[in-house]
Ligand binder design. Sequence first.
Ligand code: SAH
Length: 503
Amino acid sequence: MAGLVTLVGAGPGDPALLTIGGLHALREADVIFYDALVSEPVLALASDRAERVYVGKRGGDHATAQGEIEERMIARARDGKRVVRLKGGDPFVFGRGAEEAQALHAAGIAFTVIPGVTSAIAAPAYAGIPLTHRGCASSFTVATGHEDPSKSASSLDWSALAKAPTLVLLMGVERLAAVTNALIAHGAGRTTPAAVVQDGTRPTQRCVTGTLASIAADAGAAGIVPPAVLVVGEAVALRRELRWFERGPLFGKRVLVTRPALQARSFASALLTHGAEPIVAPTVSIGPPDDPRPAQRAVDEASGFSWIVFLSFNAVDAFFDLLHARARDARAIGTARVAAIGAKTADALTAFGIRADLVSGRATSEDVGHELLARVHKGERVLIFGAQEGRHIVHGLLEGHGAMPVSVSAYKTRLAADPNFARKVARCDILTFTSGSTVRGFASLLGGNEAAAAAARGKVVACIGPITADEAREAGLRVDVVPDSFTTDALVEALEAHAADTA
Ligand code: SAH
């Protein structure tokens, strides 16, 4: 059976602009062939088991490269693999997606197309430039600026382009002068507002504005490089009022994310949505505890407990990894009630089909411990699943209460190694810590508390909660931001409020 190829539009960069269909295809894919214009955060949404094949083209012999991509896709589809062809923006807008679809059709391979948000619309939109506007632009034209206008063989009708109320040119950065001169020569007004938007929808977005006559020089002076779109027309002037993305207080800020890679993803994507650039540099990694046997035993005997307490999202993952390794599922807990530390941990449980009986209002051991005291009876056995290096607050509270807690190390947080760590820190404006262990990892990777404090000087330091903040202060850091609730979403909001206050 020949497999299926799905041509997916990745959008212009911001992962929030990937469609639900595109996300689904990325999650289900066996192999993903992707281009240079596909942003890293979009690719990160694909399933971990998907093979990622980079087929970006840089100069050189395009025709051969194009044929080669098609052959490789066809071969993998014939192997019965679910192939995703992931292209920047929309696959059928200057993406050669149609050529690839033709090749698939010729080879008898089934394909589907999931359109994407094209940069032709999204880059102007994120720069605050509408392509139509009542009174000044009742249509827009999208064209390629790649063709040399001086060539008589040019397939573009320059006098028609010169008349377009709004004109968007893709792939035109290298030829801005030639392109704008051709438009002027064909009757476009020299003073028509014009803009170039580079890296649209990304934290590195830049927009240069001028007139049709000046924009080539303006963009050159500003050092604009591809990918960028040129927009020409009266609607460009609306940017003065409508620029919103770059006005966001976190726009362009580089934020160090020190949590383990797997959990960094949703945090990183929340940062991107606010225009910030996450620099993911995990200082710790999550792995099995030194002695995995107690956790294994606890999982086998889970139904014998009155309560099972999960002290983190990682503890939930570890618990179900162990269960699944035994070919068992959530039913293994029998009638035991379940407590979760905060909403994120409860969400992790929901994903495995379990609705927690108790979710502490805040994600601290103290809170979940005290809330449990009201529900747990004397003599009841309580299984506590947490980190090997965790504090024993809940255990102590339950013991004092007369219950019979059993604490199990579900996982261990280990220090990460990263030879480029100091360089990443130096590039950042904001440092974030989401646990005490990330603070300790930060200091250890930099060679001690003194070096850590020096590296953090002049940067905003944000901690997910008061306990992490205490650890940061102990390491000699000045803490600027601690949100009221202890989630990464709240952390992003608190960072934004702080940036707005200090702007
Ligand atoms: N299929 C793509 C276009 C591919 S052609 C789409 O629909 O967006 C490549 C050109 O797209 C680049 O030269 C540039 O002009 C434009 N482009 C792609 N991503 C961009 C971005 N994030 N910001 C600005 N322009 C972009």
